[in-house]
Design a protein around this ligand. Structure first.
Ligand code: CFM
Length: 544
């Protein structure tokens, strides 16, 4: 029999976390730290400004636009208009991978393009320098496209990157040039940058190439960024099933794919947070429905493939999908069987981004592990509570700053892939399209859901719950590990991956087994810790 582990009462943990704060701060944080109830989902405060002085793990709008959404596209020159640090520190640390078409295929992802703004450009304006940089990049590489990303000073001094983009597009003639007003201070986190990126790609790129490139079941994969090779694994599965991937936004992608993406018949969404805007705009303009999927977890992958097949309502495709699942599952099962006795009952906590803190609970569930507490850095209420709450979300000034494009049906190219009747029928048959339930319905009653967790709150959680693994990013990693808890980076996957699909699940099971069962964590003792504590740990180590 597994020993039953007892934990402190979650509401007491919450009180303990809040009591250190000044009353005003405690009042605000209390709204972002909630006890979950999957039956009656409580409201969580999200997508609001971080309280100054609290150590947050959030990034900025520029990070969400340049790094997250556009960063993984290999043949766009991503030119940062700003001081060199903004570019250098955004340089490929996310481990988003790509596979160029042969040795001569364009791939600019390993370069770091910047206008290297100096004081003189801040004082006298940087547009001239920007034009020169565009010309230089064009002369050197002749890229199909150049994206210009505005860093904070650009907005402050008023450089018009859009006018420069327009002028240079006309001057050069055969290069699509567009700008992004994604200054770091826009919105409250990188989430604002996702929206800005979606808008500009939709406006300047999607729909430029009407060529029908063939394929019976054509989809786009939205919100999959190929971290650690995830997209490669998903591509392998889709190909095996006979599903054609027209475009991927934006892992392992090219600008040509975006231009042609409106020819697909379905948009499937991995990361809802970063790309739901694109999905909705494509549906309004071209009539392509969207559907949330999840390829993190073997069962989730099987379910997602089945959902895609059901959408197309094709018997052959459905049969093929079942064959593929049957082929892929045996290896998954044998690894689960091996590791399960060692991982069952272990505890995980996940604090990351705007989607993975939800998705990875699937994989932990497959290992018999429990997620005691989780939260997003920059999710919105719908990522927690489900899309049904969208109409009740209050729009504040920070969100109003971000442009909402007015999109209408394309007079020639709007073609509804499914009629409203078809969609209603599919819903009755269990295929709920345009829905995302969010994180909270999948978490147990009494688990702690915490938005934009502060450093102090993470430390308290670890101290009080002593989880077997903590999932977050590089900013947290070494602090958490010094507390004797292994940390898995869910942004970059440390050095591992892929973790998507069936092969990915196997990789994840093995990595987690190794991490949660390593005895090294029990031997960690900081110099300031008392001898007593060390002795106790040593004793437990010997008797195990
Ligand atoms: Fe989407 Fe992402 Fe995420 Fe995200 Fe990110 Fe990321 Fe993330 Mo890091 S797009 S919300 S802005 S799934 S970079 S690939 S891991 S925080 S949970």
């Amino acid at each position: 029999m597994e020993p039953v582990r007892k934990f402190p009462d979650p509401s007491a943990v919450r009180d303990e976390m809040l009591q250190k704060y000044p009353p005003k701060v405690a009042k605000k944080r209390a709204k972002s730290i909630v006890l979950n109830d999957p039956e009656e989902i409580p409201q969580v405060q999200a997508n609001t400004r971080t309280i100054p002085g609290i150590i947050t793990q959030r990034g900025c709008s520029y990070a969400g636009c340049k790094g997250v959404v556009l960063g993984p596209t290999r043949d766009i020159v991503n030119l940062v208009h700003g001081p060199i640090g903004c570019s250098f520190y955004a340089w490929l640390t996310r481990r988003n991978q790509t596979r160029p078409d042969g040795p001569e295929g364009a791939n600019y992802m390993t370069y770091c393009f910047s206008t290297d703004m100096q004081e003189e450009h801040i004082v006298f304006g940087g547009e001239k320098k920007l034009k020169q940089a565009i010309q230089e990049a064009y002369d050197l590489f002749h890229p199909k496209a150049i994206g210009i990303f505005s860093t904070c000073p650009v907005g402050l001094i008023g450089d018009d990157v859009h006018a420069v983009a327009r002028e240079m597009r006309e001057t050069l003639g055969d290069c699509n040039i567009f700008g992004f007003s994604c200054e770091g201070y826009k919105g409250v986190s990188q989430s604002a940058g996702h929206h800005i990126a979606n808008n500009q790609v939709f406006k300047h790129v999607v729909g430029l190439d009407d060529t029908d490139k063939g394929g019976k079941f054509k989809i786009n994969m939205l919100g999959e960024y190929n971290i650690g090779g995830d997209a490669f694994e998903i591509e392998r599965l889709l190909e095996k099933c006979g599903i054609t991937l027209v475009a991927s936004f934006s892992g392992n992608s090219t600008i040509g794919q975006f231009e042609n993406s409106h020819t697909a018949d379905l948009n499937v969404i991995m990361c809802h947070r970063s790309i739901n805007y694109m999905a909705e705009m494509m549906e309004t303009k071209y009539g392509i429905p969207w559907m949330k999927v999840n390829f993190i977890g073997a069962e989730a992958s099987a379910k997602s493939l089945r959902r895609i097949a059901r959408y197309f309502e094709d018997d052959e495709l459905m049969a093929r999908v079942e064959e593929v699942i049957a082929e892929e599952m045996p290896v998954v099962r044998s690894v689960v069987e091996d590791v399960y006795p060692r991982t069952k009952g272990k505890l995980a906590m996940l604090f990351v981004g705007g989607s993975r803190a939800h998705h990875y609970q699937e994989l932990f569930g497959e290992l018999g592990m429990e997620t005691l507490s989780a939260g997003y850095e920059f999710g919105h209420r719908d990522d927690y509570e489900g899309r049904r709450v969208i109409p009740s979300i209050k729009i504040d000034a920070d969100t109003k700053n971000i442009e909402e494009l007015k999109v209408t049906a394309d007079p020639e190219r709007y073609r509804p892939r499914k009629s409203e009747e078809d969609l209603a029928r599919l819903k009755e048959e269990g295929l709920d399209i345009r829905e995302y339930e969010g994180m909270m319905p999948d978490m147990k009653k009494g688990t702690l859901v915490i938005d934009d967790i502060s450093h102090y709150e993470s430390e308290k959680l670890i101290e009080l719950y002593k989880p077997d693994i903590f999932c977050a990013g590089i900013k947290e990693k070494y602090v958490v590990q010094k507390m004797g808890v292994p940390l898995k980076q869910l942004h970059s996957y440390d050095y591992g991956g892929p973790y998507a699909g069936f092969t990915g699940a196997v990789n994840f099971y093995k990595d987690i087994d190794r991490m949660v069962n390593s005895r090294v964590w029990k031997l960690i003792q900081a110099p300031w810790e008392e001898d007593g504590a060390a002795l106790e740990l040593e004793a437990s180590y010997v008797t195990q």
